[in-house]
Design a protein around this ligand. Structure first.
Ligand code: ADP
Length: 193
């Protein structure tokens, strides 16, 4: 099965590209950000906890996010393949994902890392904030999210590089060009297989 992790800072275009990858490869979308926002919308106790972190630009605690992910996989199973958008974001989550997938006899196939410089990220997120209505798309929270990304999420790059799974993709340019780079990296997997 093809299991893709879409890796990148907030605003790097993970959401946009995952939609296109889903269409191309028929994958199931798993976004822990969406799962958290769903809990918040439904007014659950877990949603209230998640909201208190998200609105400050901090990461929701690992056990909560990992729990949401496990529930989602139980409900939807792992077929025909998965795309992880915004997960994992910490080393603990990366290690947990390997263990969870192993239970389904699955593994991470490839990690596509969207590389976008910081100024561009801030501009994109501010622009998105004008239309998204997301509580975390304002300058103060954006800066905190980017700081958290560098401190807690970037170490995962080494984790996946050591596994030979990390592919860096230039995330600046047209949506179609970026998508084409991703597709060529994914299709390489089938050549090797
Ligand atoms: P973005 O990539 O633009 O930050 P997401 O929807 O992926 O958008 O995430 C929004 C927020 O949801 C994050 O800032 C964080 O607070 C929370 N969140 C999402 N995924 C995770 C995760 N894997 N671990 C911890 N917190 C998460």
């Amino acid at each position: 099965m093809l299991n893709i992790i879409l890796f990148g800072a907030p605003g790097s275009g993970k959401g946009t590209q995952s939609e296109k990858l889903i269409e191309r490869y028929g994958l199931k979308h798993i976004s822990t950000g969406d799962l958290c926002r769903e809990e918040i919308r439904e007014g659950t106790a877990l949603g209230a906890v998640a909201d208190s972190y998200i609105s400050k630009g901090q990461l929701v605690p690992d056990d909560i996010v990992i729990g949401l992910l496990e529930d989602q996989l139980k409900r939807c199973c792992t077929k025909p393949g998965l795309i992880f958008d915004g997960f994992p974001r910490t080393l603990v989550q990366g290690e947990a994902l390997d263990q969870i997938l192993a239970k389904y006899n699955e593994r991470v196939s490839i990690v596509l890392s969207l590389e976008v410089d910081e100024d561009e990220l801030i501009q994109r997120l501010l622009k998105r904030g004008e239309v998204s209505g997301r509580s975390d798309d304002n300058l103060e929270v954006i800066e905190s999210r980017l700081r958290v990304y560098h401190e807690q999420t970037t170490p995962l790059k080494t984790f996946y590089q050591n596994q030979g799974k990390l592919v860096k993709v230039d995330g600046v340019g047209s949506i179609d060009d970026i998508f084409a780079s991703m597709v060529s990296a994914v299709d390489q997997l089938f050549v090797k297989a």
